[in-house]
Design a protein around this ligand. Sequence first.
Ligand code: GAL
Length: 822
Amino acid sequence: MLQKSYILSALILLSSFFYSCKKSSSEVSHAPRKISFNEDWQFFLGDSSKMASSGAQWRTLNVPHDWSIEGEFSPKHPAGVGGGALPGGLGWYKKKFSLAAKDSTRLTAVTFDGVYQDSKVWINGKYLGNRPNGYIGFQYDLTLFLHYGNEPNEILVKVNNAHQPNSRWYSGSGIYRNVWLTKTDKLHVPLWGTFVTTPQVSRDSALIQVEARLVNQYRSVKNGILETSLIYRDQQVNLVASEFEIQAQDTSEVTQQIKVLQPQLWSTEDPQLYSVVTRIKVGGEVVDEYTTKFGIRDFTFDLEKGFILNGEQLKIKGVNNHHDLGPLGAAVNKRAIERQLEIMKEMGVNGIRTAHNPPAPELLELTDEMGFIVMAESFDMWENAKTANDYSNFWDEWHERDVKDMLLRDRNHPSIFIWSIGNEVPEQWSERGAEIGRELARITKEFDPTRPVTAGMNPPVHTNEDDVTLQFDEPQQPNALAGSGALDLIGYNYAHQTWPKHQVNFPQPPFIATETTSALATRGFYEFPSDTTKIWPVRWDIPFDGGNPDHTISAFDQVRTPWGSTHETTWKIIKKHEFLSGFYIWTGFDYLGEPTPYGWPSRSSYFGIVDLAGFPKDTYYMYKSEWTNEPVLHILPHWNWEEGQIVDVWAYYNKADEVELFLNGETMGTKKKQGDDLHVMWRFPFKKGILRAVSKKDGKVVLEKEVRTAGEPAKLTIQPDRSSIKADGQDLSFITVNITDENGIIAPRANNVVHFEVTGGGKIEAVASGDPTSHESFKGTSHSALNGKVLVVIRAGKEAGPVEVTATANGLQKATTTINLE
Ligand code: GAL
């Protein structure tokens, strides 16, 4: 029988306000509950008959691991709107491990943060279970089946990603997120066993409520004290304690409240974090300790004023990202995620939508620490399939559990502000969609009543006088999910023309643009004239036979999908209307798969503001000029054209009234942004030489920028993002190699093959250029540049010392850099 005892420790709470707060949390010293279980797995790719044969070749590796990224691009599994890019398959992982005899009195569990997909797990030959969803974390209790002392244990994991297609984007395959081993007392807080909320928040004080679940797996009643410390910057600031009693083999829930004076509020600019440490004490001894990080903030979505955080209006300037880490594939690496977020933050982004699935826990740790408004999404489809073998096959049996587990795992993250229950699900047009929407909203509210629920829907207005490309042959029904009452925020993907009319269409609830833009570009490639917009493809349902034979797309902000809009158009609308709380652009980074508008041989997307290697395209600077306080002056394109050719020059700038452009010292005129425009443009015949832009405020120079005509490629330059990294086997240095002429000017069309050599205790983790058509392996030691740039990623080993990285290319002067492992 499950007994729930709610003990609100009001008296203890009052006394605790005056509890001396000087004690440091470092007083507590226990063996960690949770240890990494990532090292020394054996991996085998193939079916079970081959796996079981005596000659089967198992490879030793560490997880997180994605076997797909090691595969070959092939027309047999082309990237398209139905996924692909690299092969799936069937994979096996096994690992031997020993446990000390003293562990036999404790409980031992294994936690997988995510396995793509449909995993089955066995321990010492005993079957533990199956988890179809590739993005959900799960845990198995191993205790009953373990050996202690000298006899080793073996865990075996089968990963079934053989049924393709099952995703509209590159999923990766394998144990691609972290694995943990947890050892606890039989009396403990279980996995995801706390819920921390802040029912009252002001600048003067905040009330923190901690709900903790306690599990007693002993055969006897347990009594004790549940002590909860509030920690800020490693110092205990308050403490509460309550008594508990739990029957044998039972569960109890304890609710405590703690007050904090002058709380340090979490915000995107200053993301202050607290934690609560929950200790279970029996007979004065701490038997279990569980830490929960959280933040104190107050927010609302207002019909008139949009999003309000801690009393201040804040436009959500977000991006969508898939979970892949470009050339690293899906294999989670915290530094690689951090680098992506740093690049976004520098552009002024303050929001991330986890399109279209629960993310790695590390992403949320980082968004908490770095300050992003996260829209966490659960599904890309419900019971109706989008691709033949997708999650819809598992929907009936699993959706309730998967949503619940996502909420339990992630609801303490202060960076999460919105739950999205699905993306463009086909059911949205029918009453069935409204029904499922209400069910998912009910589950969400049950486990987290503190955040609004939305969904990324398609707008009901399908014919639009302003834009012929939006027209469908058949008029569509109204969006039943939008009208279901399930949603606290109406979330629409695209149809930017309809946003200003939202208040008319929906007097309430408030609006969020869940997904926007879908504009297209190849980094460093430009076409003239730049001021005509191209719609590629012409309509979503008409196959594309246009474009460029080499599958390039101009990086002037001039190419978009028919459902999307250019970057500039989109942001102008969001910026203009106060009631529009914000938007999430499709996408921050290019990703593997979905190379719209092209098909094979393209294999990755063109949507990113930043390419697959992490190099910004030009619109990055439009956003930066709008969204940051840093002075920006960015001019495009490069300066290598045909003599006399008519070219356009654009400048993105801020903090200035005007920009004057000079060609070889001669003025080409001064331009000011007109109306709500976000760039200026000049048009004139090309002459090689030096193009110089000068931005001025009140006649005073703010910034100067130059682009010069490059000569023939002659040299390589090399620049790591960080030249000191941790010798922990995990850390990465992302190294940019440019191809330049003999004067160091980037050769803007160079695509030479660059080779990499590494000496010392690091290794090449990946190579990439951002070219969506390249079929070179990301796991090689060489890669062609795209428009003068190529990336090599070095992974640290575990021994300190220098690592020398040398880039060479036929006929070019080589370049070397040193990375220190510390
Ligand atoms: C949206 C969809 C995204 C992506 C995008 C490409 O409709 O939600 O997952 O496919 O289109 O433009």
